[in-house]
Write a protein that binds this ligand. Structure first.
Ligand code: TYD
Length: 219
């Protein structure tokens, strides 16, 4: 928790693997960058687990459908559905992978809840962070890459019918973006903030070099 970062970081360092997350608005290119990073890490001979929230597990897929397409989901229910998805994801997939020494790369993690439900929905960032940290027993990524994008530009990149969150409106998405940037600024050691409008290969190379530094290998 922010008030006692050492307590939560203990959980990270006791596991032999490496936990990385991607964050940002819809349409920022997170899944492309997660895949490119995963390919590079696999080439280094690491076991890589590429996953996502919501919906990284079988139960998570049911929760994903409920939260993105369900009717009459109020803000607290929404926050709890994301937290439930995350608790199960971490307990059943992320922690076991980290325990065997894998690199886990997740497309979204708890910072999405703090930004979308805490600030976007106005439930309060601190409370949603506490809920999320409880759900995962304090597990935080070693690095979180924020692909920062003006939500108006992000919307233009989306294809298909918008889900409940994508329909939430410009002001909601503006608050969410500010929340991500604020969290990154408050905890620079965990975050890498990149302008998502830059070319894909340039972004991939910056991400690789930061991860290389953490792993102590050449980028
Ligand atoms: P995502 O899978 O990234 O969207 P897509 O597959 O459509 O690109 O996430 C789905 C939506 O859920 C996205 O709008 C962000 C939102 N979200 C939250 O509001 N809170 C959360 O904790 C998470 C993980 C996602």
């Amino acid at each position: 928790m922010t008030s006692d970062p050492a307590a939560t970081l203990t959980h990270v360092t006791t596991l032999p693997g490496l936990f990385l997350s991607f964050e940002g608005g819809d349409g920022a290119g997170k899944s492309t960058q997660a895949r490119l990073l995963g390919d590079w890490l696999t080439g280094l001979g690491r076991e890589v687990v590429l996953t996502r929230e919501p919906g990284g597990t079988e139960l998570g897929l049911l929760l994903r459908d409920a939260v993105l397409h369900g009717d009459h989901v109020d803000a607290r229910t929404e926050a709890l559905l994301y937290a439930t998805d995350r608790a199960h994801h971490v307990a059943s997939l992320v922690r076991p992978a980290l325990a065997r020494g894998a690199v886990v790369v997740t497309d979204r993690y708890l910072d999405s809840s703090v930004a979308y439900q805490g600030s976007g929905r106005d439930l309060g960032a601190d409370e949603v962070e506490r809920l999320s940290l409880w759900a995962v027993d304090g597990l935080l990524p070693a690095l979180t890459v924020l692909l920062d994008l003006d939500p108006v530009a992000g919307k233009a990149r989306l294809t298909g019918d918008p889900d409940r969150l994508e329909r939430a409106g410009d002001e909601f998405h503006r608050r969410t973006r500010e929340a991500f940037l604020g969290r990154a600024e408050a905890e620079p050691g965990r975050w890498l903030v990149l302008d998502a409008t830059r070319p894909v290969d340039e972004l991939a190379s910056e991400i690789r070099s930061r991860v290389a530094t953490i792993l102590g290998v050449a980028a």
